[in-house]
Write a new protein. Structure first.
Length: 398
C-alpha cells in the first residue's frame, strides 16, 4: 500500500478525527498513486512516528491532498461502501421526524463518513453528486450500495459542481441505474407538492436542507404579508400560502425558476393562487425599489445563494449580506419578522450574526433573535468536522 507521510506534528487533526489532509501537511508520498487511489496515512517523526493513522483517497490536484475514508484498519472496497451507505440510511430511519419524507438526504459527505459523496432521494429516484477524486473513483460501488440500501429504481449522477475542478475532475452527469421516468419527478413536503428538476435544477434539484425552516415559516404566516427573496422554485412561498398568508411576493432573477414556481403553485389546488405574485428581478435592486415605494411586510425571507465559497471571499460576501439585510429591516412592519440565511461555508454563524446585527443598527431597527436556524436532521454535522455546518440562519423579530 502506498504511504502518505505527514510532516512532524501534522497528525494532530487526524488524531481528532478530522477527515482532511492539506497539501502543507504532506511530507512525501512513498509509492505511486493515481487520483482517487487509497493510501495509508502515516505519522512522520515524533511520538507517533510510523503509525498508520488512516486510510484516505489521494487527490494530487487539490489543496485538500487526501480525504479520509477510515480511521480504522479496514479495506476500502465495495463492501466498505455497502456498510457506510447502509449505516447512513439507517441513521435517518432512526429519526421519527424523517419518516415518510419523499425528499430526503441519504448521505451528507464527510458527516456520514463518505467525503465528496452527496445522495438525495426523491421518491424512488436517488440523485448522487460526487465531488472528490476518491468518490469519483468508487462511483459504481457507491451507486450499487445506494440501490441495495434503498431499493430505489433509478440513480442519477449529477456531478456538475464547480468543486470538481479543484480535484482535477471534469463535470459529468447521467443515469447510473435505470432510466428517466415517464413524467416529472414530484415530491410532497408537508402536504405541498413540488416539482424537482434533477437534471438542470440547483444542487441535486431541490433544497432539502430548508425543509424544517419552510415548515416554521408556514406556522408563522397566517394573515401575514410575506416577501420571499431568492425564492427559486417557491418552496418557502408555497408553505407560506399553505399557512394562510394574506399575500406572498416571491422574487428571483431566474425566469426558469419562476416558471417552475408558478407550475408548483398550480400543482396545489388547495392554495389560493390569487394571493401569490412572482417577480423576476435582481433582489438587491428590488429591495431598494420596494423601500422607495414605501412597502411594508410582516414576514421576510432572505435565502440567498452562496456569497462566500471560501474564507477568501468573506469580505465581499459580508457587504452583500449587509446590503440585503439592511434593506429587509427597513421593509419590516412593526413587530415583523425576518428569516435570514447564509449557506456560505466561509461565513461562520458568529460572523453572520454580527453582519445582521450591523444591518439592524444601520436600519434603526431594535431587533432580537427569536431562534437560530440550521439544516434539517438529514443534514447532520460530524462533531469532528464543523465545516459540515454550512447553513446557518436567524429568525429575527423587530
Amino acid at each position: 500500500m502506498t504511504q502518505l507521510i505527514l510532516h512532524p506534528g501534522k497528525e494532530k487533526s487526524l488524531l481528532r478525527r478530522h477527515p482532511w489532509i492539506f497539501a502543507g501537511a504532506v511530507e512525501r508520498l512513498d509509492g505511486r498513486a493515481r487520483a482517487g487511489d487509497t493510501v495509508d496515512v502515516v505519522a512522520g517523526a515524533g511520538r507517533y512516528a510510523g503509525q498508520v493513522l488512516a486510510k484516505a483517497a489521494w487527490s494530487p490536484s487539490s489543496q485538500i491532498r487526501a480525504r479520509v475514508w477510515s480511521f480504522a484498519a479496514e479495506t476500502i472496497d465495495d463492501a466498505f461502501f455497502k456498510r457506510r451507505v447502509a449505516a447512513a440510511v439507517a441513521r435517518r430511519a432512526a429519526l421519527p421526524e424523517l419518516h415518510g419524507q419523499e425528499g430526503l438526504r441519504l448521505i451528507h459527505a464527510e458527516s456520514d463518513g463518505l467525503p465528496g459523496v452527496i445522495a438525495d432521494r426523491y421518491g424512488d429516484t436517488v440523485v448522487v453528486q460526487l465531488t472528490s477524486a476518491g468518490a469519483d473513483k468508487w462511483r459504481h460501488a457507491i451507486a450499487g450500495a445506494l440501490q441495495k440500501a434503498t431499493g430505489c429504481a433509478r440513480i442519477y449522477e449529477r456531478s456538475d459542481s464547480e468543486v470538481r475542478g479543484r480535484e482535477g475532475l471534469e463535470p459529468t452527469s447521467g443515469w447510473l441505474v435505470g432510466a428517466a421516468p415517464a413524467g416529472d419527478i414530484v415530491i410532497a413536503e408537508h402536504g405541498v407538492r413540488m416539482k424537482v428538476d434533477i437534471v438542470a435544477g440547483h444542487k441535486t434539484g431541490f433544497y432539502l436542507d430548508q425543509r424544517d425552516n419552510r415548515l416554521l415559516l408556514r406556522q408563522l404566516a397566517a394573515g401575514k404579508r410575506v416577501l420571499n427573496c431568492f425564492c427559486y422554485t417557491g418552496g418557502f412561498s408555497l408553505q407560506a400560502l399553505a399557512g394562510g398568508a394574506a399575500e406572498v411576493i416571491s422574487i428571483d432573477s431566474s425566469e426558469p425558476a419562476l416558471v417552475t414556481g408558478r407550475a408548483n403553485l398550480a400543482l396545489n389546488a388547495q392554495l389560493e393562487a390569487g394571493r401569490a405574485q412572482w417577480c423576476g428581478a435582481n433582489v438587491f435592486d428590488e429591495l431598494r425599489r420596494l423601500n422607495e415605494a414605501g412597502e411594508r411586510f410582516d414576514l421576510i425571507v432572505l435565502d440567498p445563494p452562496k456569497f462566500a465559497p471560501s474564507a477568501s471571499h468573506v469580505e465581499r460576501a459580508a457587504r452583500a449580506y449587509k446590503d440585503i439585510n439592511l434593506n429587509a429591516f427597513r421593509l419590516l412592519a412593526p413587530g415583523g419578522m425576518l428569516m435570514t440565511y447564509s449557506c456560505s461555508g466561509g461565513v461562520s454563524l458568529d460572523v453572520f450574526q454580527r453582519i445582521v446585527a450591523g444591518a439592524a443598527l444601520d436600519a434603526g431597527c431594535d431587533a432580537r433573535i427569536v431562534r437560530r436556524l440550521q439544516g434539517a436532521a438529514d443534514h447532520p454535522v460530524a462533531l469532528a468536522f464543523p465545516e459540515g455546518e454550512y447553513l446557518k440562519g436567524l429568525l429575527v423579530q423587530a
